[in-house]
Design a binder for this molecule. Structure first.
Ligand code: NAI
Ligand code: MG
Length: 352
C-alpha cells in the first residue's frame, strides 16, 4: 500500500508550488501511519532542454511507467518555444499513458471572494484529452505566399467520444449528479461534431436516470458566466474543454485555485495531476504564486489512489485558511508568499 510518486516540478512557478504540495503530502504521511508515500523527482524542464536538446530523456516514459501517479507542476519558458515544451513533454505523457480524460473541478471554495460568493457552484469539466482538435494532422501550403493556406484536422472518433462520454455519465452516477451537459457545435462543424453528438447521445441512453443536455459551445460559455450554479458534469472535446476550464476557473476565483487530473481510467498506466495554470513567468522567482491549485491537484491524486479521506482533509484545510483570510497570496488580494500559504494549510491540517 505504498504509493510511489514521480514528481516533475518543471519551469517557472512549477517548482515553487510543487514544493508546497509535496510538503503537505509528507505531513499527511507523518500524521497517518496507514498512509505511505514516496517521491522521486525528475528535473525535466526547459533548463533540461537547453542542456540536453530535449525536454526529457529517451527512456522517460519507461521510467514513469513504474510509478503509481505523476505529480506535475508546469512548463513553459521564453527561451524554448511553447509548442516544443508542450509536444515534447506533456503530450507524450498524456498520449502514451492513455490519459484520455482531463478532469477539472469547478468548485467555488468557501472563503473565496468573487462576484459569485454565496452561490453553490460545484461542477466538473470532463475534457477529452487524447484526440479532437489537438492533433498534429494537417499542414501548410505555399508558405509565405499570398495564397498560403493552413489545414488543421480535428480527429473525432466514435470510440474516443464514447469513452469520454461513458466516463462523464459514470462520474455523474457515482457522485449523485442528475445532468450531463455536452458542449457541441454541430450546427457549424458538421462532420466531427455530429459524430460527437451521436456518440454522446448513444452512451446517454445507457444511463436513463441521468439527463443529457447539449449546448452549443458559444452559448455554453455565456451560461458559465450567467448561471454557473446550474451545471453538474460538463463533457467537452479537447479544445472546447480547454477553453471552458480556464473560463470555469476564472468564475470561481482564478488560476491560482484550479486543479486538474489527467486520468488513465483503465489503470493500465499512471495518471498525472497538475494545476490548470502554466509556469506564470510574470511572477516566477518572486515566491508569490498561489500553491492552492497544486495542493488541490495533489488531493485529486490521493482520491485517485483510493485515499478520498485524505483528499477531504486537504480541501477542508484549504477552505479554512481561505475563510480566515489572514494568509492570502496576491492573486487573492493579499500579500502572503507561496511558503506562507503552504505553511498555513499545513497548520490547518494539523489542527483538524
Ligand atoms: P499561466 O497560467 O502561466 O499564467 C496566466 C496568468 O495567471 C498570469 O498572470 C499568472 O501570473 C497567473 N497565475 C498562474 N498561476 C498562478 C498561481 N499559481 N498563482 C497566482 N497567479 C497565477 O498562463 P500563460 O501566461 O498563458 O502561459 C505561461 C507559460 O506557461 C507559457 O509558456 C505556456 O505555454 C505555459 N503553460 C503551461 C501549461 C502546463 O504546463 N500544463 C498550461 C498553460 C500554460
Ligand atoms: Mg489551458
Amino acid at each position: 500500500n505504498n504509493h510511489r510518486i514521480a514528481v516533475i516540478p518543471g519551469d517557472g512557478v512549477g517548482p515553487e508550488v510543487v514544493n508546497e504540495a509535496v510538503k503537505v503530502l509528507e505531513l499527511l504521511k507523518k500524521l497517518d501511519p496507514s498512509f505511505e508515500i514516496e517521491f522521486d523527482t525528475f528535473d525535466w524542464s526547459s533548463n533540461y532542454y537547453l542542456s540536453h536538446g530535449k525536454m526529457m530523456p529517451e527512456d522517460a516514459l519507461d521510467t514513469l511507467k513504474k510509478y503509481d501517479a505523476i505529480l506535475f507542476g508546469a512548463i513553459g519558458d521564453k527561451r524554448v518555444p511553447d509548442d516544443v515544451t508542450v509536444w515534447d513533454l506533456i503530450m507524450p505523457i498524456r498520449k502514451k499513458f492513455k490519459q484520455y480524460i482531463n478532469l477539472r473541478p469547478v468548485k467555488l471554495l468557501k472563503g473565496v471572494d468573487c462576484r459569485f460568493t454565496g452561490e453553490d457552484i460545484d461542477f466538473v469539466i470532463i475534457r477529452e484529452n487524447a484526440e479532437g482538435e489537438y492533433s498534429n494532422s494537417g499542414g501548410r501550403l505555399y508558405q509565405g505566399l499570398e495564397q498560403e493556406i493552413a489545414v488543421q484536422n480535428t480527429i473525432i472518433t466514435r470510440l474516443g467520444t464514447e469513452k469520454v462520454a461513458k466516463f462523464a455519465f459514470e462520474y455523474a452516477k457515482k457522485h449523485g449528479k442528475g445532468t450531463v451537459t455536452s458542449a457541441t457545435k454541430s450546427n457549424a462543424i458538421i462532420h466531427s461534431m455530429k459524430l460527437w453528438d451521436e456518440a454522446v447521445h448513444k452512451v446517454g441512453q445507457e444511463f436513463p436516470s441521468i439527463n443529457l443536455q447539449s449546448y452549443y459551445i458559444d452559448a455554453l460559455a455565456a451560461y458559465f458566466v450567467s448561471r454557473p450554479e446550474d451545471f453538474e458534469v460538463v463533457v467537452a472535446s479537447n479544445l472546447f474543454g480547454d477553453i471552458l476550464s480556464d473560463l470555469g476557473s476564472a468564475v470561481v476565483g482564478g488560476l491560482g485555485l484550479s486543479p486538474s487530473a489527467n486520468l488513465n481510467p483503465d489503470g493500465e498506466f499512471p495518471s498525472m495531476f497538475e494545476p490548470v495554470h502554466g509556469s506564470a513567468p510574470d511572477i516566477a522567482g518572486k515566491g508569490i504564486a498561489n500553491p492552492i491549485a497544486q495542493i488541490w491537484s495533489s488531493a485529486l491524486m490521493l482520491e485517485h489512489l483510493g485515499r478520498k479521506d485524505l483528499a477531504i482533509v486537504i480541501l477542508e484545510s484549504i477552505e479554512q485558511v481561505l475563510l480566515q483570510k489572514e494568509v492570502q497570496t496576491p492573486d487573492l488580494g493579499g500579500n502572503a508568499t507561496t511558503s506562507e500559504m503552504g505553511t498555513a494549510i499545513r497548520d490547518a491540517i494539523q489542527q483538524l
